[in-house]
Design a protein around this ligand. Structure first.
Ligand code: ZN
Length: 268
């Protein structure tokens, strides 16, 4: 597809949730496990945030994509099954949230295989979509993903609609994102990690994201919010997201899709 959507669709919204849990903090610094406050902040994601998000999505009849590190999947098997049972997509997100460019090619390959195996053992299906922890691929990532039959990656920022990227022997699709649409950019407050930036208000988030949506709608593009249940799963923030979803749904031709579905649509 050359950027032209089917005539009944004006804009595709792909809601994505990275259930990082404690994995990212532990990967950055194994000593994080000795900080109960930080651990509880992150555990809130799979424990409290994700079930609340699932309920909201069900009430609004919206399919979404959840990227889950293998370590989190192992520790929350029932949650992974619940996500899959609701028809949402489960994508690969490393094992302990390892950014690929911090790994050797062999380590990266092993983590891809390990994460896929864990998810397949829980849901019965291998993931076909990948998002790099930290949203930064390595020089090997695309080849490794293509060799393993992944349909798409969602870590790059090179367009406003999905596009193909070449591996050395074939190609996969890219479902691009942007930091503007990442909840962490607005709310990443964690004193034990030295993060004390001023938190955005819910109205600020609504203003930026609804403006981005209006523009995507105007130009006939796609919008891929990147969200984290430990961030967006907090009550006031989730209600703000729901307000935005209701606004999106009020316009004709807005279609909510899982990342795998938009990747397949644009692959045609
Ligand atoms: Zn992540």
């Amino acid at each position: 597809m050359n950027g032209k959507l089917p005539s009944n669709i004006k804009c595709i919204v792909v809601l994505t949730f990275d259930i990082d849990g404690v994995s990212g903090a532990i990967n950055m610094n194994p000593n994080s496990v000795n900080f109960p406050g930080l651990m509880s902040l992150r555990e809130y994601g799979p424990k409290i945030g994700t079930p609340r998000i699932l309920k909201m999505l069900e009430e609004n009849e919206i399919p979404a994509t959840f990227y889950i590190p293998g370590y989190v999947a192992e520790n929350y098997k029932d949650l992974v099954k619940l996500v899959a049972s609701k028809g949402h997509e489960i994508g690969h997100h490393g094992y302990m949230h390892e950014p690929p460019q911090t790994l050797s090619k062999k380590e990266e390959a092993n983590i891809l295989d390990k994460g896929s195996e864990i998810i397949e053992n829980i849901t019965g299906e291998k993931p076909t979509g990948y998002r790099a922890p930290g949203a930064e691929l390595s020089e090997y990532s695309i080849d490794l993903l293509a060799e393993r039959g992944f349909v798409y990656d969602s870590s790059l920022m090179g367009d406003d609609i999905p596009y193909p990227i070449k591996s050395s022997t074939s190609e996969i699709m890219e479902v691009p994102l942007h930091w503007e649409m990442d909840d962490v950019a607005y709310y990443n407050y964690a004193p034990s990690l030295g993060l004390r930036q001023f938190m955005a208000t819910q109205d600020h988030l609504y203003q930026v994201w609804s403006t981005a949506f209006d523009a995507a709608y105007h130009y006939g593009l796609s919008l891929v919010p990147v969200m984290h249940p430990y961030v967006i799963g907090r009550p006031g923030r989730l209600r703000t997201l729901e307000r935005l979803i209701k606004y999106m749904k009020s316009l004709p031709g807005v279609k909510f899709m899982r990342a795998i579905d938009i990747a397949r649509l644009y692959k045609q």
